[in-house]
Design a protein around this ligand. Structure first.
Ligand SMILES: Cc1cc2nc3c(=O)[nH]c(=O)nc-3n(C[C@H](O)[C@H](O)[C@H](O)COP(=O)(O)O)c2cc1C
Ligand SMILES: Nc1ncnc2c1ncn2[C@@H]1O[C@H](COP(=O)(O)OP(=O)(O)OP(=O)(O)O)[C@@H](O)[C@H]1O
Length: 143
């Protein structure tokens, strides 16, 4: 039986760490959906630079991704209910608590495994595997 996986994040200014995460998530099943966070829900760090539709379109163009979609603005479990995945792949440093997500899923009657993807660590000081680090470097060099 085909297994559906969901990955999620802001994906503002893509880098190879994102590609690693999405390839890791894709390997957890047969079909990968990616939920792209809405600006209103990115409240734990600086707001994204690129509009949500642009972030979605770039993620959607990646080979590992079957379909990228805009997240819900108010209730992050609405797309999960619609897609009804077998696995939710949390990013290695995503601030969400896996047990809290498991509880919310179970409260809504969604039967789904919650796993953590692995990290891609920089191989050299030059490698920028974080959107924040890319923005910092731009400000340092061009600001
Ligand atoms: C299971 C799950 C579903 C999510 N669904 C949505 C969503 O529908 N809409 C949204 O704006 N954010 C959603 N998010 C939140 C973002 O994907 C994300 O965690 C956060 O807002 C952006 O931070 P990050 O890029 O540091 O992960 C979801 C997160 C998780 C773990
Ligand atoms: N180097 C990396 N290796 C593996 N996964 C990563 C890496 N960088 C980001 N991710 C994952 O990609 C998803 C989306 O990440 P996000 O859009 O927050 O980018 P980010 O580079 O982590 O941003 P920032 O550095 O600004 O916090 C998250 O689940 C995150 O864990």
């Amino acid at each position: 039986m085909s297994r559906t996986v969901i990955a999620q994040g802001t994906f503002d200014i893509l880098h190879p760490g994102h590609v690693h995460y999405l390839e890791d998530a894709a390997a957890m099943g047969d079909r990968l959906y990616v939920i792209v966070a809405r600006k209103a829900n990115v409240d734990h760090k600086a707001a994204p630079i690129c509009p949500a539709t642009q972030r979605r379109d770039v993620v959607d163009a990646l080979e590992a991704v079957d379909e990228a979609l805009l997240g819900h603005e108010e209730d992050i479990f609405v797309p999960i209910e619609e897609i009804d995945p077998d696995v939710i792949a949390l990013g290695h440093d995503q601030h969400h608590d896996a047990d809290a997500i498991r509880e919310a899923l179970s409260a809504r009657g969604i039967d789904c495994e919650v796993r953590r993807a692995s990290a891609r660590e920089p191989a050299s000081e030059d490698e920028l595997l974080s959107t924040r680090l890319i923005v910092d470097r731009i400000l340092e060099r061009r600001g």
